[in-house]
Design a protein around this ligand. Structure first.
Ligand code: 218
Length: 197
C-alpha cells in the first residue's frame, strides 16, 4: 500500500476539523433525530482531492474529534464504536470516485465531474447512514412510536437524514465546483486544461 504523504495527512486533519465546526452550526431539524446538515461537505471535497484512503482517514479523525469535544451519544461501547468510528470513517467511500471526478475536471467536462460528484456524495452518505441505521435498529429501537417496528423507525430516521444530507451536500458541492473547481484540483491543473480547451 502507498504511504500517505505529509500534505495529505495535514489536509485530512484540517478538513475533519472543518467538518466538526460545520456540525456545530444549526441544522435543518425535522424531529429529534432527523437533522439535515452540510457538515460532510469538507470530507467530500477532500475525497475528490485525494481519494479513498485519505478521505477514510479524515472521516475517522472527524469521529475522533467529535468524541474529544464530548458531542456524542453513548448507549453502549459497541453502539459508540459503530456510530462514531465506523460510520464517520465510511463517509470516505465517496473517495472511490476520485478518478472520474479528477479526469473529467482536467478535461474541462464540468458537468460530468458534477454528476460523478453527486454519485460519490450519495455513496458516502449511504455508507455512513447504513451504520447509523444498524445502530438504530439494535440500540435506538425503543424510541420508536407505539406499534412501529425498530427497523421501520430506523429506516425513516436514518434514511431520511441520509437523503436530506445527500441533497444539501450535493447543492453545496454543485455551487463550489461550478464557482471554484480549483478547490478540488490540487496542483493548479485547472489552468492548464482551461488553456487546452
Ligand atoms: C433511530 C436512531 N436514532 C438515533 C440514532 C443515533 N444517531 C443517528 C445519526 C447520527 C448519529 C451520530 C451523531 O451525528 C447518531 C448517534 C440512530 N443511529 N438511530
Amino acid at each position: 500500500m502507498k504511504k500517505l504523504g505529509l500534505l495529505a495527512m495535514i489536509e485530512a486533519a484540517f478538513f475533519a476539523a472543518f467538518a466538526l465546526i460545520l456540525d456545530l452550526l444549526p441544522a435543518i431539524q425535522l424531529g429529534p433525530w432527523i437533522s439535515i446538515s452540510f457538515a460532510m461537505v469538507p470530507i467530500f471535497i477532500l475525497a475528490f482531492r485525494w481519494g479513498f484512503t485519505v478521505s477514510i482517514l479524515s472521516g475517522f479523525i472527524w469521529g475522533l474529534l467529535q468524541v474529544a469535544i464530548g458531542d456524542i451519544y453513548f448507549l453502549t461501547p459497541i453502539q459508540f464504536a459503530i456510530e462514531y468510528f465506523i460510520a464517520f470513517a465510511f463517509i470516505g467511500f465517496a473517495g472511490l470516485f476520485y478518478k472520474p471526478i479528477q479526469s473529467h475536471l482536467q478535461n474541462g467536462e464540468k458537468k460530468k465531474a458534477l454528476q460523478w460528484a453527486v454519485v460519490a456524495i450519495f455513496v458516502g452518505s449511504v455508507a455512513r447512514y447504513f451504520w447509523h441505521f444498524i445502530a438504530g435498529v439494535i440500540f435506538w429501537g425503543e424510541n420508536a412510536p407505539e406499534g412501529m417496528s425498530p427497523v421501520i423507525y430506523s429506516l425513516i430516521v436514518n434514511g431520511g437524514t441520509m437523503l436530506g444530507a445527500t441533497i444539501l451536500c450535493s447543492v453545496v458541492i454543485l455551487l463550489l465546483l461550478s464557482n471554484a473547481p480549483r478547490l478540488i484540483q490540487r496542483k493548479g491543473t485547472g489552468t492548464i486544461s482551461a488553456k487546452k480547451a
